[in-house]
Design a protein around this ligand. Structure first.
Ligand code: ADP
Length: 465
């Protein structure tokens, strides 16, 4: 980038200096030539008027005009020739052609009455021809021609000098421009280099670092965006680490219990059989719990938003819920909890049956687990043209407001002791939420502590990948 900025700015300077200098030089040269032509023309016009006034063309012995012509030729550094109507040279300041005859196409044109001046540039010279016009009251008559031939050497010398000066100035400007381009390119890329250095450092494994906010607005915005991505990544990494430590802890707890139980059996000899049975029953319960946690963890991994492979089939949601309720009814009956199922219409949706079954199962099982004895559960199903809605309400213990956001997090439990007693792993709602999200649905919860909880789930009727 530094090189691109430097080379484009340098190129721009060179182009501007070249074209600007060239056009300035051209216009100066044109002006200088114009000035020369005007001067010569004015002087010659003056002489032509003199010639007319003293009748030089008719009476060529008038010396005062002749001297004036000589002086003019000297002052212009050139040659002046005066020709009369008969093409005879009346005056030639350079050679002794006086009295001879001279004619050319241009002279003929002027003699025939063209009043315009004629300028030609035979190599290295400028030749100006002007008519000598006699005016009387009736007409104007061309009586002769005055020709001034002036060397262009002086003009050429000036031209060369100007070119030299232009060259020197151009070189000076280009040096200044290129130096400036170098400074600007270094200045503009300095912050980029800083950011680049920070990024390299982060890429080397220091993901917990942020980039220093440097530079001008655009770069600053970019750095801000990058920092926010880094922060998100850091949060993700933190939650991953927390998850791993939670998993280890949760898996270790039943192991520790089992070890304690087995150790105490080994420590005492001659224990009665009932004691063995009791301890082993406890060990089996811990094994079951370990198994539950592993099963839930596997479900959670399978339900991962990105990795989930869905087996989408048109399914009757009414039937799906009925099967779940039938399976869970005995659990509810044990505590005399009434389950009411309200289905407003038959609903068929494109869903992954296994994953959503697990989700609804968790919600209804929780409604039983965290209910009061003799309580009730209401499960309702409704749909519109786009979504179906499942609502699970219970008359249970409720979820305190400050915990409502966290209950969907992995291993989060409001009351650890209660959850453990009921066989909870703290993964149920995380699995449910993931299952709903992979179906591009939404889940919400409303709860008042001590009164009950309602979970509402909204899932699109047709699945679009
Ligand atoms: P668990 O396996 O502990 O039930 P979940 O992820 O299913 O884990 O639920 C997380 C926590 O949310 C539970 O421990 C419980 O404290 C709370 N919870 C879930 N559902 C309900 C409910 N219907 N009523 C009250 N609390 C609930």
């Amino acid at each position: 980038m530094q090189f691109v900025i430097f080379s484009s700015l340098s190129l721009l300077t060179i182009v501007i200096v070249f074209f600007f200098g060239q056009s300035l030089e051209n216009s100066y040269n044109e002006k200088a030539l114009d000035l020369k032509v005007t001067t010569v023309e004015n002087q010659c016009t003056m002489i032509a008027n003199q010639i007319v006034s003293v009748n030089f063309l008719i009476n060529d012995t008038t010396n005062s005009v002749s001297t004036q012509i000589d002086q003019l030729a000297v002052s212009l550094g050139g040659r002046i020739v005066v020709i009369n109507k008969n093409y005879r040279i009346l005056k030639d300041t350079y050679t002794g052609y006086q009295g001879k005859y001279f004619m050319s196409r241009d002279i003929l044109r002027i003699m025939k009455g063209s009043k315009d001046k004629i300028i030609t540039y035979p190599d290295g010279y400028m030749e100006l021809m002007l008519p000598i016009v006699y005016e009387n009251s009736r007409s104007e008559e061309v009586q002769g021609v005055i020709i001034a031939t002036i060397s262009m050497d002086e003009l050429l010398a000036t031209k060369n000098e100007i070119r030299m000066q232009r060259m020197l100035l151009s070189v000076a400007f280009i040096i200044i421009g290129v130096t400036l381009a170098a400074f600007i390119s270094i200045f503009l890329t300095r912050d980029f280099k800083k950011v680049n250095k920070s990024l390299k450092y982060i890429a080397m494994g220091h993901e917990d670092e942020l980039i220093e906010e440097v530079g001008y607005t655009e770069l600053k915005e970019l750095v801000k965006m990058f920092n926010s991505i880094l922060s998100k990544m850091q949060k993700l990494e933190d939650s991953r680490q927390e998850f791993v430590s939670n998993v280890s802890h949760e898996l270790k707890t039943p192991m520790t219990s089992m070890k304690v139980l087995a150790d105490s059996l080994l420590a005492q000899e001659g224990m009665p059989e009932e004691a063995y049975r009791e301890f082993l029953t406890d060990i089996v319960a811990e094994i079951d719990r370990e198994n539950d946690i592993i099963t839930d963890l596997l479900s959670l991994v399978k339900m991962d938003k990105k990795a989930a492979k869905l087996d989408i089939k048109a399914t009757s949601v009414n039937e799906l819920l009925e099967v779940i309720l039938k399976r869970l009814k005995p659990l509810a009956q044990k505590r005399n909890i009434e389950i009411i199922f309200e289905s407003f219409r038959p609903v068929t949706a494109e869903i992954d049956q296994v994953k959503l079954s697990l989700a609804f199962n968790n919600l209804i099982e929780n409604a039983i687990k965290y209910n009061k004895d003799d309580g009730w559960i209401r499960v309702s199903l409704n749909a519109d043209h786009k979504y179906f809605y499942v609502k699970v309400s219970d008359s249970g213990v409720g979820i305190p407001e400050d915990c409502q956001d966290q209950v969907f997090e992995r291993f989060y439990r409001v009351d650890k002791a209660r959850s453990r007693k009921t066989g909870g792993t703290g993964l149920g709602l995380a699995i449910t939420r993931n299952a709903v999200l992979v179906h591009k649905g939404a889940i919400k919860l409303y709860s008042v502590e001590g009164e009950g909880t309602t979970f509402t789930v909204r899932i699109p009727l047709s699945y679009h990948a």
